[in-house]
Design a protein around this ligand. Structure first.
Ligand code: IVH
Length: 666
């Protein structure tokens, strides 16, 4: 191929890839499968290798740079990146509106949009090419993080816009991705990030763009930067034009005709902020007309045409009274902070996990400390930091004891693990935890056995392991504290019904480390009964898709222990099902109810992760896809659904809500 042909071909490929990037990362509506996309990229890489002189900075191959940087260069912003004034009440919004109206001599219209809890960045395009990305820094000077910004796939490297364009926006990590990142960190025994914002900040600071590329960063643009205000007339127009240019502009937003509409809109989001896929800490109210914005101007700290309405704090400060220890069903000893109760977004918090010894050391948390607690995207609170300046000197550093706080036997910290474990499988705390787990609704679904009942049964020597549940008698149960005849009968009944459960439920209920519900369901596609699984070796298990080396090892270790085999023998004797059921057989053979059916998920799901929902479909032999076509049977749409939902309606594809989807699963 001569250089002219190569140039033409390269331009064509770049255009195509750019289009697909936009569809995938900006519009979340991919058109072609990943494999086809990879082919285009490979072809472009090949041509660029043969003709290196044709590589341009805006080529999709240039997203991830080469060698790590030694440090970031400092850049001075064209105009300072100001911050916003904050307010916390409707009255303050009304006062803001009155001030604006007085200066403008008329009432302005507003755009109200989310205040994304991420990192402010500035993007600079020249002649349609991304030239620079920088952090806010101190507002005047920031770091040149161009190589990191380029790795964010929703940032277009080139845009159909001549001249200069400076934009500001927020880099963040979506909540789901953040949870996934932390789960992986936990599995690898690494310290977790406190919240998505910290995770995003930590990622942008990395000097190696190849590492940054692995982080699930995303961006939403929200402000037109220097000098260009004349090209568009209103903030709303900017948001719309940015989308047309291929950016992700901040959303959802609303054009409000007056301040009462603003107040209603911000209030509505205070309650449903968690339905957005990213964290927001308030709403930003901006005067819509740029002419109005110019008249109002800025102080040297913040603009007078915009204000941030901050949601109620999700952080609070309280005293850590004591650190206690909890022994779980696998013997892991978890330190728990006993707090002076404090109210934080909807609930009173008096306890909170401290995860492990290292975490306590890293955060320098001591008994008696004042601590900052936070509710992030998850409902579970965590300690963000201790407040050293509030110490009296009487605080006590935490030290792990040498023995199990429940049974007194020796505890060990295994290599590569952050956790200490009680190694006594007969430790009452472990026994209790295992039995409780066995009865869970998602496991054997034996209702009525709360921790109090289980504890009593263990203390009265009526339960030594979960298999003993099947030999409990009504007359014995009636003798327990606070258990009448009726409750005793219900318990016996619930135990009785559980004998016919599926094999996957039983496998999950056994409490094998690392074997969750999903893994149990994967295992039954290969094994017809529990004995086959008991006899499986590590290698064979690892050969199953979805079973990693750690899981395989856990399974084999579990069945090596005599106590576990003895319990399983007891379960069998008690008539508990240990074979694949007819339904499970059908599912394993790909003959499930969703055979030949294809599903597309779009928008937010509230009670499932996307992975879990797709797994449910696959479990029933259905398939899932990213794109809606005539062949799609169902589109499951949640809040935030956009183009896919539209397409489904156009094509007449059946659309389900999450609730309807759940009905279908039953
Ligand atoms: S407008 C003049 N809009 O909040 C400042 N800022 O203190 C213009 N932020 O550092 C900012 N979401 O990065 C604006 N929708 C949004 C925002 C937003 C988050 C950040 C911004 C700034 C801080 C304001």
């Amino acid at each position: 191929m001569n250089i002219n042909d190569a140039k033409k071909k390269i331009e064509k490929l770049k255009g195509e890839i750019r289009g697909h990037d936009r569809k995938y990362y900006v519009e979340a509506d991919p058109e072609i499968p990943d494999s086809e996309y990879d082919k285009l990229m490979k072809e472009l890489e090949g041509l660029e290798k043969a003709f290196p002189e044709l590589v341009t900075p805006d080529s999709p191959t240039q997203r991830v740079g080469g060698e790590p940087l030694k440090e970031f260069k400092t850049v001075t912003h064209n105009i300072p990146m100001l911050s916003l004034d904050n307010c916390y009440s409707a009255n303050e919004l009304i006062a803001f509106d009155e001030r604006a109206a007085k200066n403008l001599k008329e009432k302005p219209e507003y755009i109200v949009e989310p205040k994304i809890d991420g990192l402010a960045v500035c993007l600079f395009y020249e002649q349609g090419v991304l030239r620079q990305g920088s952090t806010r820094g101190d507002g005047v000077k920031g770091d040149d993080i161009s190589s990191n910004i380029k790795t964010i796939k929703s940032v277009p490297l080139s845009i159909p816009f001549s001249g200069k364009l400076e934009l500001r926006g927020e880099v963040f990590i979506p909540r789901e991705e953040f949870l996934k990142m932390n789960r992986e960190k936990e599995e690898q025994g690494e310290a977790e990030f406190a919240n998505p914002r910290n995770a995003a900040a930590g990622s942008l600071k990395l000097l190696d763009a190849r590492e940054v590329a692995k982080r699930p960063l995303d961006i939403l643009l929200h402000t037109l930067g220097s000098v260009q205000q004349d090209i568009w007339k209103t903030h709303e127009q900017t948001l719309l034009e940015l989308e047309k240019l291929g950016f992700k502009a901040v959303k959802p937003y609303k054009l409000c005709k007056n301040i009462m509409e603003v107040i209603n809109y911000v209030n509505s989001w205070e309650h449903k902020r968690d339905t957005l896929p990213y964290e927001i800490d308030g709403m930003v109210v901006k005067v819509n007309s740029y002419e109005h914005q110019k008249i109002l101007g800025s102080t040297n700290k913040s603009p007078r045409f915009a204000i941030a309405y901050k949601f109620k704090a999700r952080q609070a400060m309280t005293k850590l009274k004591k650190i206690t220890l909890q022994v779980g069903r696998t013997g892991i000893i978890t330190p728990v902070a006993e707090l002076e109760p404090v109210f934080l977004s909807g609930s009173t918090i008096s306890r909170c996990t401290l995860h492990n010894e290292d975490e306590i050391k890293r955060k320098d948390i001591r008994e008696g400390d004042t601590v900052v607690i936070e509710k992030g995207g998850e409902v579970i609170p965590k300690i963000v930091n201790s407040v050293a300046s509030r110490r009296s000197g009487r605080e006590k550093e935490f030290k792990m004891p040498g023995s199990c706080p429940v049974c007194g036997s020796q505890i060990v910290r295994l290599d590569e693990e952050v956790a200490w474990r009680c190694q006594n499988v007969a430790c009452p705390a472990q026994v209790e935890g295992r039995i409780e787990h066995f009865t869970l609704r998602s496991a054997m679904n034996i209702e009525g056995f709360g921790p109090a009942v289980i504890r009593q049964l263990i203390e009265n020597k009526m339960l030594k392991d979960y298999a003993d549940l099947y030999t409990l008698e009504k007359a014995e149960l009636e003798k327990l504290d606070r258990l009448g005849e009726k409750s005793a009968a219900n318990l016996v009944n619930a135990v009785e019904n559980s004998r016919r459960n599926t094999l996957s439920r039983l496998l999950f209920a056994l409490g094998i480390s690392d074997v969750g519900e999903h893994t149990a369901e994967i295992l039954i596609t290969k094994y017809e009964n529990i004995d086959q699984l008991i006899n499986a070796g590590v290698e064979e298990l690892q050969g199953i898709k979805g079973v990693g080396p750690r899981v395989a090892e856990s399974i084999v270790n579990f069945f090596k222990q005599k106590g576990n085999i003895a319990a399983i023998t007891k379960l069998k004797k008690a008539g508990v099902n240990t074979d694949r059921t007819e339904e499970e057989k059908m599912l394993s053979a790909g003959e499930g109810r969703f055979k030949n059916m294809s599903f597309v998920f779009t928008g937010e799901l509230e009670t499932f992760t996307r992975d879990a929902a797709e797994f449910e479909v696959k479990k029933m032999s259905g398939s899932t896809s990213e794109t809606v076509s005539r062949k799609t049977d169902y589109v499951v749409a949640g809040p935030g659904a956009g183009s896919k939902l539209k397409k489904a309606k156009e094509l007449g594809v059946k659309v389900l809500t999450e609730k309807e989807f759940k009905e279908l699963l039953k």
